[in-house]
Design a protein around this ligand. Sequence first.
Ligand code: IVH
Length: 650
Amino acid sequence: MNKQEYINAVEKLNLWAYHYYVLDDPIMTDEGYDKLYHEVQKYEESHPDEILPNSPTQRVGDVVSEGFTKEKHLSRMWSLEDIFDADGLKKWLEKTYRLDKNVTFYCEPKYDGASLNLIYENGELIKGITRGDGTVGELITQNVKTIRSIPLTIEHKELIEIRGEVVIFKDEFEKINKERLKRGEPPFANPRNAAAGSLRQLDPKVTAARNLVFLPYGVGINSLEHKLLSDKMSYIYELGFRKPPLRAVTKGYDEIEAIYEKMKEERESYPMMLDGMVVKVNEIAAQIDMDYTVKVPRWAVAYKFPAVEKITTLKDIILQVGRTGVVTPVAVVEPTEIDGAVVERATLHNFDEIERMDIRIGDKVIILRSGDVIPKIVKVLVDERDGSEVKVERPKNCPVCGSELLQEEVLIKCQNLNCEARVVNSIIYFASKPCLNIDGLGNKIVEQLYNAGLVRSVLDLFSLSMEKLLELEGFKEKKAKNLLDAIESAKRSELWRFINALGIEHIGEVASKMIAEAFGLEYLNATKEELVAIDGIGDEMAESYLEFMRVNRETVEKLHNIIEPIAPEKKEEAKENPFKGKTIVLTGTMSEPRPKIKEMLESLGAKVSGSVSKKTDYLIYGEDAGSKYDKAVSLGVATLTENEMNGMLT
Ligand code: IVH
């Protein structure tokens, strides 16, 4: 690697990380990333004085042995007044309209995490400070740098404080707790505690391993001249920060209520926990006029979501067996309404957890439904026991097929490949969205087909007939036809879906796409050498893939002949067009998501890059274009509106 290649590699890594951590739209596998990362690391070892400040290696520093030092924020970090219902909102709006009757409102999620202040100077992240008492916090820069959704450098060169919430995504939270349980440590009670605890680790490596996420919600000291908060925030996102899953500018009560209801409903599907919606006056001048009380801004309010914890009774613990044979205990509780949904089940993770919490059948427990799809038991009310509670034993045999269970670390596994639960769940997986996407093949139907003896493997799906289906309870002609049509439409699916549907360990969606891309219909003849030559596929993945194909070759071939998957088209050289071979940067809000426009340009043979430099041929901009536009103009780079771009293509 020479110096220029090193600089390019850092830019590439940052682009991949931006796609992964900020846009949620990965364009490289973990292994591909790691490979280039190690090359960068090697270069830096032999050229320590050439290390770039935004190199991803600069994210993990040394242990802070003395503990954290105190640090003053450049401007105060405020808290928010809470309201809990429509009445509260009405009163707050009346008060606000009395101060200024012409304002509009910016609505965004209230994230449940720990607040953080970032200070950037000359475009470089120089400090990360916890909120503390709002005036003075703790200096945790080393830990903050490990958070991948926080850019180490930004294109805004003036001094700015960027404020936001550090959160742990729900799936990551589950993962961390599983690992803690495995090591015999108590799990975190909620993602908020996990985020706050992770930020204050003395060893940044521990923080790094927690996969924290930063979500910006405002600025402190700044020289931005936007008149609207919504524009200011667009500019911040444009600098490389994550956008909220939902935000809106609203006119008044009805619109605020509507967006609140929408957010409350949708939040189950968001990756992070929310505990409400924040409503902020959108006009910056009006914000300045309205000012602050001693504690909170008069121009903002937190509209909280209803409580999500309830006390209930544990009635039973049942066992579920998944596709891979793992047996998971599930709590059955006295049905309880939490935030509009009746909760009857809760996850228990595993038997170590049941023993650690000493959960007994009959116990009074607190369950939490925190936007997580599956509620969980967070506390056992030991003092409420009357002696009738019953301990649960670890199972020795599979609850479904009866075969002996194997304990693998904290997991208990059914080893029987023909176990009904494993077969049924593999079929459900085969039909799921990121696989063959067969509508109508959910749990109930697959179980019914299995029990009737019609389907004992995925192959059997393709010999179902109208006649056989009509014999099943609840199947009339229409339903049977819909199902047969859906199964039929799985034929000639894209090859990557077919590969993904096989459920090969370590081979997920991204890897399946890469394999389909690299080998096309020759995917069965891939060798280890060829596999690991793909950027993003390493030893473990290659071996898992080859072993699966060795053992299951016959079944895969049979399935292949039925489904006849379609290989991706070989990328042809793009026809002549004004963008072929050009380097392009996109900025601002466009009529379609930027990744889509990027894809379109790439198919024309253009290279789409993340930052403007002298080598950029065109900057194509949408609404709210920010610093990239200014930079392009100052470097004399040609700029085009989205319309002008389209014009050049017709
Ligand atoms: S604005 C001047 N917006 O909630 C306004 N805060 O209860 C100050 N929080 O300390 C805060 N999401 O840590 C704001 N979208 C959001 C937020 C948010 C979460 C946290 C923040 C703050 C606390 C106040």
